[in-house]
Every structure is written in C-alpha cells, then in structure tokens.
Design a protein around this ligand. Structure first.
Ligand code: ADP
Ligand code: ADP
Length: 220
C-alpha cells in the first residue's frame, strides 16, 4: 500500500542534524509533495531513500526494498531527478537521451524524446552550450523516460520560466494516469497545491506537518 515509508529516519552530517526522526508514508499512485525552504532537509531525505547517503538512525523502505541493504533494487524501481543533475557536457541533447535510456533497465528513448518535444528543447545542441534552463529540460527528459513505479524529483521546476514550469507540472500530473507514484520537492507552495494529493512540510530537518490538499486549503 505504501511505496515509500520512513521510520524515525535521521541524518547527521558530522555534528549537524539535517533530518530529525522523519516519518512519512507515500501511497501507491499518489502525487506526494515535499515542501520546505532551502536547507530544510528535502534533498537529504531523498538521497537517503535512494541509498546515496548513509542513514544515521531509523529506517526506510522504498518500493519494497531497503535502500541501506539493497540500493540497486531500489534504483531499478525509481527514476530520480537530482537537484544538481550533471549531464555529460561533450554530448548533444539527443546523445544524452540515448545514453541514459540505455543505462536504466526500464529506459525508453521514445518517451524521453516526447518529453523533450513537449518542452520544446533543441536536442542538436551540446550540453556545454546549453543554458541552465535547457539543461534542466534535458534532465527532465531523461528522468521521464524510464517507466518505473516511482518517480522522485528534487526541485524539478528550478530554473524554468512559468510556461515551462506549468508544462512540467502537467507532466507530473499525467503520471498518475499511468499508475505511477510521484514524490517531488519544492519550496513553492503554489506548485504543490496545483499537483499534489498530499504534502509533508519540512523545516530545519523536522517534519512539521502532513496534510491532504483539502486540509491545506481549509487552513488558508
Ligand atoms: P556520512 O555519515 O554520510 O559519511 P559525513 O558527515 O561524513 O556523512 O559527510 C558526508 C560528506 O559530506 C563528506 O564527503 C563530507 O566531506 C561532506 N561534507 C561535510 N561537511 C559539509 C558541508 N558543510 N557542506 C558540504 N559538504 C560537507
Ligand atoms: P534542501 O534540499 O531542503 O534544500 P538539504 O537536504 O540540501 O536541504 O540540506 C539540509 C541541511 O543540511 C542544510 O543546512 C545543508 O547545508 C546541510 N547539508 C547538506 N548536505 C550536507 C553535507 N554533505 N554536509 C554537511 N551539511 C550538509
């Protein structure tokens, strides 16, 4: 029933606690928002879920697997957009999409190309000569390729202008019809309101609240 579950998940970097006893559950086929200002611990939480960071204490489970003991299985089931997506600079956009569609076990080049077209991205350009916004579009085309049960997006709309931002939010919404689950982080409340079924608020590493969108609106 839950595709992501954390149990008192905590992370310290040295003596600094970036995530404090976090408990969230994400249901299958929902759009789940992780909302919080910069530095709240959103990326830390996401990177723990994928097994890219060592857990300090507590535990978590993603798509039926424990990222601490089986990060390979977790990553097979997840398409992940990092907050600081790095792309091979010497490649052209189309080369990048081809490369990543071959890397992921569930890669699907046609889907990536379709997203690039929806975002009106010029794929003939080399990454080195792309603007920040173009690179973000390319990273999005990469991540929307694989048809994984779970999609985790760290600040997917950063660096995008409002029109493209809306297009991305529509893409996120359309994933629900495919039976996928999306978890995405943002520091923009309106984006979360537009797209999410439920939301968790993080502040200074602590989970402040978990709400359904209905509850969120009632508080306004
Ligand atoms: P872990 O318990 O996961 O090994 P560490 O506390 O050792 O966590 O830090 C993880 C990584 O983050 C290390 O590579 C460390 O050099 C780096 N790091 C430590 N402090 C900072 C900081 N203030 N900003 C960015 N990176 C840092
Ligand atoms: P968010 O994604 O919400 O902006 P992060 O998870 O990136 O937040 O960061 C949470 C806090 O942890 C911030 O104060 C940040 O400076 C700190 N932090 C992140 N990575 C490291 C690291 N490797 N080492 C030390 N501190 C870190």
């Amino acid at each position: 029933y839950f595709i992501v579950q954390t149990d008192n998940l905590s992370k310290r970097y040295g003596s600094f606690e970036a995530l404090t006893r976090c408990n969230i559950d994400v249901r299958r086929n929902e759009i789940f928002g992780l909302l919080g200002p910069n530095g709240a611990g959103k990326s830390t939480l996401i990177r723990l879920l994928l097994g890219y960071l060592r857990v300090t204490s507590g535990s978590c489970q993603v798509a039926g697997f424990d990222p601490v003991t089986d990060s390979v299985a977790v990553r097979r089931n997840v398409a992940y957009l990092p907050g600081d997506a790095r792309l091979p600079r010497h490649m052209r956009g189309d080369g990048v999409l081809k490369f990543f569609s071959q890397m992921h076990p569930l890669g699907d080049l046609a889907r990536s190309l379709d997203v690039a077209e929806r975002l009106e991205l010029d794929l003939s350009r080399r990454v080195a000569f792309m603007s920040t916004g173009m690179r973000q579009k390319l990273a999005l085309a990469v991540v929307f390729g694989p048809r994984t049960p779970l999609l985790i997006l760290d600040e997917p709309t950063a660096n995008l202008d409002p029109t493209v931002r809306n297009e991305v939010l529509n893409l996120v919404l359309s994933q629900r019809n495919e039976g996928r689950t999306v978890m995405f982080s943002s520091h923009v409340l309106s984006e979360i309101e537009q797209t999410c079924d439920r939301v968790a608020f993080l502040r200074k590493g602590e989970l402040v609240k978990r709400l359904t969108m209905q509850e969120l609106f009632q508080r306004h």
